[in-house]
Design a protein around this ligand. Structure first.
Ligand code: SF4
Length: 463
C-alpha cells in the first residue's frame, strides 16, 4: 500500500490521478488527509506545498528536496513532484509523463510548443510532438465554424451483442427487440419538440451509439429521414452516422443515409482478425467489414472512418499492425486508433488490460502511427481516458478534413445538444465556463419522459 499524506494543499484529485497510473484501487481519505493506492510496496509519502508556495514530494522521514524543473502552477507542480517520486520508487515512467487529463492537446496549445510539454510535464518527445501537431489541427478545424454554431448528438444505446471490452450503457438489441421502434419514435418526438426553437447554425450532427444501424430497415429509414427533415440537414452540415458493426450495414440502410444527407459513415472493424472478433463477442468477420466498406463506397460515401483498437486481450502487437495494413489498403479517409482501456462496467477487467505488457501496446501504437504518416494521414483529434492501465491515448487520423463533431465535442469550446437516452448536452459560456445537462439513461424511462427531456434542453440552451 502506498499512502500519500497531503500537507499544505488539498489537491486530492490530482494526487489520486497520479497514483492511478501506478496501481489500483486508489482511495481518497479526506478525514485523515491522505490518498492511498494498493501496490506491492508499503510506503508513506508526503505531498507538500510549503508557506513559500514551493512544492515537494518525499518519503516520510526524509528531507524534502525541490526539483530543478521549469515552474508550473502549484496544482500541477504537486502532481509532477509525486510523479517523479513514484517513477523512482517503481522504476516505471509513462509516455504522457505527469499529464493525466483527458485533453493533453489543450496543454500543448497553452504551452505553445512541444518542447515545453517534455521539459515541464515529462511527456515523451514523440507524444509531445503528437499533442502539438494535433492541437494545431484541432484549432484549425474548430475555427471553420463560428462559436455560435451548434453540434448535435443523437444517441442509440442498442447493439446487436455486447463487446467484451465495452462499458457503454448499450442494451442488447436482441433482448430488447420490443423497445427498438418505441425508442426511435421517442427520439424523433424529442427532436421534433426542440428543433423548431433551434435558430443557430448547425455545424454537425452525429448519429452515434451503440449501433444506430441496429434497427430494421424500415425503422432506420424512419429515424434518419425524420432527423434529416426536422434538423434541415443539407448545405455544409456534417452528418456522421456511426454504423459501427459492419454486419448491421446493408444497401437499404446506406440508401436511407444518403437520402437523409449523411456525409460521413463510420464502419468500425476494431480488428481485422476474425478469430479475435468472435472471442470479443462481436458477431461479424473481417470479410463483413470489407463488404460493408465496398457497399458504402458504392452507395456514394466519400468520407469513411474506420476504428481500430490496439492492445486487445487476444492479440499481440503484430495483429494490430496487420489489421492496420488491411485497413490502409481499403483507403478510408479517417482512421481512429483506440488503445484498449479498462472501463468501469466492462466484462474485461483491468488485469486483462495489464496482462499485456504496456510496452507492447505502446510500440504497436507507435508503429501504427508511423504507418499512418507514411500513407499521408495526419492526427486531427486526440483524447485520453482515466485508468487506462497503460497511460496511452486515442487518436483520430485523417487524410482529408477530419470530423468536425469529434473536435467540437472533445474541445469543450462548442455547444453540444444531445438527444436520446444517456446523452450529455454541453453549453459553453463566454468566459469558458461549461455547464452540462444530462438526459435520463434508462431506455424505458426515456421513452416515457422524452417530452420532459425536450423541455429540459429547451430550458438549458435558452432556446
Ligand atoms: S459496438 Fe460499441 S457500443 Fe456496442 S457493445 Fe461494442 S463497443 Fe459497446
Amino acid at each position: 500500500m502506498v499512502n500519500v499524506y497531503l500537507k499544505g494543499h488539498d489537491n486530492y484529485y490530482g494526487i489520486a490521478d497520479i497514483l492511478r497510473l501506478f496501481g489500483s484501487p486508489v482511495r481518497e481519505d479526506r478525514e485523515n488527509g491522505l490518498v492511498s493506492c494498493s501496490m506491492d510496496t508499503d510506503i508513506e509519502l508526503i505531498s507538500e506545498i510549503d508557506k513559500h508556495g514551493y512544492t515537494y514530494a518525499y518519503i516520510k522521514g526524509e528531507i524534502p528536496r525541490r526539483t530543478e524543473l521549469p515552474p508550473v502552477v502549484p496544482k500541477r507542480s504537486v502532481k509532477r513532484d509525486l510523479y517523479i517520486l513514484m517513477c523512482k520508487i517503481t522504476g516505471t515512467s509513462f509516455p504522457w509523463g505527469c499529464l493525466t487529463g483527458i485533453r493533453p492537446t489543450l496543454v500543448a496549445a497553452e504551452e505553445g510548443d512541444p518542447a515545453s510539454l517534455t521539459q515541464k510535464y515529462l511527456v515523451r518527445e514523440d507524444k509531445a510532438a503528437l499533442a502539438w501537431q494535433t492541437s494545431v489541427e484541432e484549432s484549425r478545424i474548430l475555427n471553420t465554424h463560428g462559436e455560435e454554431s451548434l453540434n448535435i448528438y443523437i444517441g442509440i444505446p442498442f447493439c446487436p451483442s455486447r463487446c467484451e471490452y465495452c462499458s457503454f450503457i448499450s442494451n442488447d438489441a436482441v433482448k430488447h427487440m420490443k423497445l427498438l421502434r418505441p425508442y426511435a419514435e421517442a427520439v424523433i418526438k424529442e427532436i421534433s419538440m426542440v428543433a423548431p426553437y433551434i435558430r443557430r447554425p448547425v455545424a454537425s450532427v452525429y448519429l452515434g451509439g451503440g449501433t444506430p444501424t441496429v434497427f430494421d430497415d424500415g425503422t432506420f429509414g424512419y429515424l434518419i429521414g425524420n432527423i434529416s427533415s426536422l434538423l434541415h440537414i443539407g448545405g455544409d452540415t456534417e452528418f456522421t452516422v456511426e454504423a459501427g458493426r459492419p454486419d448491421t450495414i446493408n444497401a437499404q440502410k446506406l440508401k436511407s443515409m444518403k437520402a437523409a444527407g449523411a456525409t460521413r459513415i463510420c464502419i468500425n472493424p476494431q480488428t481485422m482478425n476474425s478469430e479475435t472478433l468472435g472471442k470479443l463477442g462481436r458477431k461479424h468477420t473481417s470479410e463483413d467489414t470489407v463488404r460493408a466498406y465496398e457497399e458504402a463506397r458504392a452507395a456514394g460515401f466519400d468520407t469513411v472512418n474506420m476504428d481500430l483498437i490496439a492492445g486487445l486481450k487476444y492479440e499481440d502487437d503484430t495483429d494490430f499492425t496487420e489489421s492496420l495494413e488491411k485497413i490502409l489498403k481499403l483507403d478510408p479517409e479517417d482512421i481512429t486508433i483506440h488503445t484498449l482501456y479498462k472501463k468501469r462496467r466492462a466484462l474485461m477487467g483491468r488485469g486483462d488490460v495489464l496482462s499485456r505488457e504496456r510496452g507492447d501496446t505502446d510500440r504497436a501504437v507507435s508503429d501504427g502511427y508511423r504507418m499512418l504518416y507514411a500513407h499521408g494521414y495526419h492526427p486531427y483529434y486526440l483524447y485520453r481516458q482515466k485508468d487506462t492501465g497503460h497511460g496511452l491515448e486515442n487518436t483520430g487520423f485523417t487524410s482529408g478534413e477530419g470530423c468536425y463533431y469529434n473536435v467540437a465535442m472533445m474541445s469543450d469550446r462548442r455547444d453540444v445538444l444531445s438527444f436520446g437516452a444517456g446523452g450529455m448536452s454541453k453549453r459553453i459560456f463566454e468566459e469558458g465556463r461549461l455547464e452540462r445537462c444530462p438526459c435520463i439513461k434508462d431506455v424505458t424511462g426515456y421513452i416515457a419522459s422524452c417530452e420532459e427531456m425536450a423541455g429540459r434542453k429547451i430550458g438549458f440552451f435558452d432556446l
